[in-house]
Design a protein around this ligand. Structure first.
Ligand code: PXG
Length: 459
């Protein structure tokens, strides 16, 4: 295919500083150049066809190669490629999209603030909830409670809200007045307990933290309905209703970060609907445009919007690209596809349950523990002895080994530590799920073989 691979790799290494990358290691190996894509597949510069079971980075919900989105962008670029929403101006795609998202979000919501990413949107959330409380005469309500191993972005505020310790180690994080509680990871923290009871216990950590820091100091709690980048951590069904009850009890605002869970991923327009939470604010990005163009934002609940609009005065916050007409036009066309093709219902009623069944069958593999799915996200832990719940030593790098086998066998599956995770495009068919499961098993078998040969399975 492309004879220039090594040339591009050299220039890449010389000039392109990648996100989340060890550049010395990358220079030694050379980056993989992705050249084209269609449906659920991507192709690299060596002509290898790869099943993208991660939808890019959890975003290509309607799959690759959708001409409708290309046309929407081209048409809007011809008419109005850019204009801002500052100084009492607006544009039609942004207005239409705000109305459409509010309708999808339900009765609790009235407005949408636009940004270009999930990180920016979470910055907006921090400023918005603090401004809300200050407007109500409680400027001391500043603290935002989040969770360990949460992912809320990579900016100063996003990474501070996130609970990734390896991110906090760099750049002087977290910023003040952000605190973290433990995540509701049943398989990792409490597999021998009753799951529903653990959900209540894990939500109780929020109440304990509220009482520790003082309820009158807390502005909001933020959480992903299902933690994505943390390794697809699906909370017990009792967790979110209890979180909601605790937030209500102390009058604390609830922010659901729907950047991954929103726009159909869990078989609902927003994951909080499935989980039984009624957030005051919802962060979105990724799936709103299926990743074809950057767009993010915050869906604002009536409780917050009313105070900000009627008493808040000017909110001194906004981005050049807030309400970008081209991004909004693409989002509208993307929602058209999701609706016309019934993709959200398909995940809920057909492909989600089918994937759940297939993942349950993985439990017979000698390396697999705690396989679980929710809509079209799924994960399992690589375990030395799943029966006895014994994991591998971190130094073994079991997850990385498995991920390398996936790469070599035409499958993109993520490793988060020793948790292997997927989030395929919502257009995936049952037959394609079968193909994906064949690849997953093949890679698990290759990993098992490698670990056996390396002596990592003996005691
Ligand atoms: N919230 C959530 C829940 C996310 O998953 C963000 C916010 C930040 O969005 P932006 O658009 O600023 O990246 C995300 C992003 C991974 C990975 O390794 C996950 C994300 C981003 C990059 C890598 O799984 N999620």
């Amino acid at each position: 295919m492309n004879g220039n691979t090594s040339k591009i790799q050299a220039v890449d290494s010389a000039h392109y500083f990648h996100p989340f990358t060890d550049h010395q290691a990358l220079a030694a190996k050379g980056s993989r150049i992705i050249e084209k894509a269609d449906g659920i597949y991507i192709w690299d510069s060596k002509g290898e066809k790869i099943l993208d079971a991660m939808s890019g980075l959890w975003c290509v919900n309607v799959g690759y190669g959708r001409q409708e989105l290309v046309d929407a962008a081209a048409k809007q670029m011809q008419v109005l490629p850019y204009y801002n929403s500052f100084f009492s101006t607006t544009n039609v795609p942004a207005v239409k999209l705000a109305e459409r998202i509010v309708k999808l979000a339900g009765d609790n919501f009235s407005h949408v603030f636009f940004s270009s990413s999930g990180s920016e949107s979470n910055d907006t959330n921090i400023r918005m909830v603090r401004h809300y409380w200050a407007t109500l005469g409680h400027p001391e309500r500043k603290i935002i409670i989040s969770r360990k191993n949460a992912y809320h972005g990579s900016t100063m505020a996003g990474a501070s809200l996130g609970g990734m310790s390896y991110m906090h180690e760099q750049g002087g994080l977290p910023i003040p007045d952000i605190v973290h509680i433990e995540q509701p990871y049943f398989y990792g923290l409490a597999h021998d307990k009753n799951k529903d009871a653990f959900g209540i216990e894990a939500a109780g950590w929020l109440e304990a933290k509220i009482l520790e820091v003082g309820a009158d100091k807390v502005a909001a709690f933020i959480g992903e309905p299902v933690q994505g980048a943390g390794g697809v951590i699906i909370p017990p069904r009792t967790y979110w209703p209890e979180i909601q009850r605790i937030c209500d009890k102390y009058g604390i605002l609830l922010i659901c970060d729907e950047v991954i869970c929103g726009f159909g991923r869990l078989g609902y327009w927003f994951g909080s609907e499935l989980m039984g939470a009624k957030p005051d604010l919802m962060t979105f990005a990724k799936g709103v445009t299926s990743g074809y163009i950057p767009l993010g934002g915050v869906v604002i609940g009536k409780r917050v919007a009313k105070v900000l609009i009627e008493q808040g005065g000017e909110f001194n916050h906004g981005y050049t690209y807030s309400g970008h007409p081209v991004a909004c036009a693409v989002a509208l066309a993307n929602i058209d596809i999701l609706e016309k093709e019934g993709l959200v219902d398909r995940v809920r009623n057909e492909t989600g349950p089918y994937l759940a069944q297939k993942f349950a069958e993985l439990a017979d593999h000698p390396l697999v523990g705690g396989a679980e799915t929710c809509g079209l996200v799924a994960g399992f832990a690589l375990m030395k002895d799943p029966q006895q719940h014994i994991g591998f030593d971190e130094s073994v790098g079991a997850g990385m080994r498995c991920r390398n086998h996936c790469f070599a066998n035409g499958l993109i599956m993520r490793a988060v530590g020793d948790r292997m995770i997927i989030a395929p495009p919502l257009v995936i068919t049952k037959a394609q799920i079968d193909d994906m499961m064949v690849l997953i098993r093949k890679c698990l078998d290759a990993t098992l073989e490698e670990l056996k040969t390396g002596g990592f399975l003996s005691n």
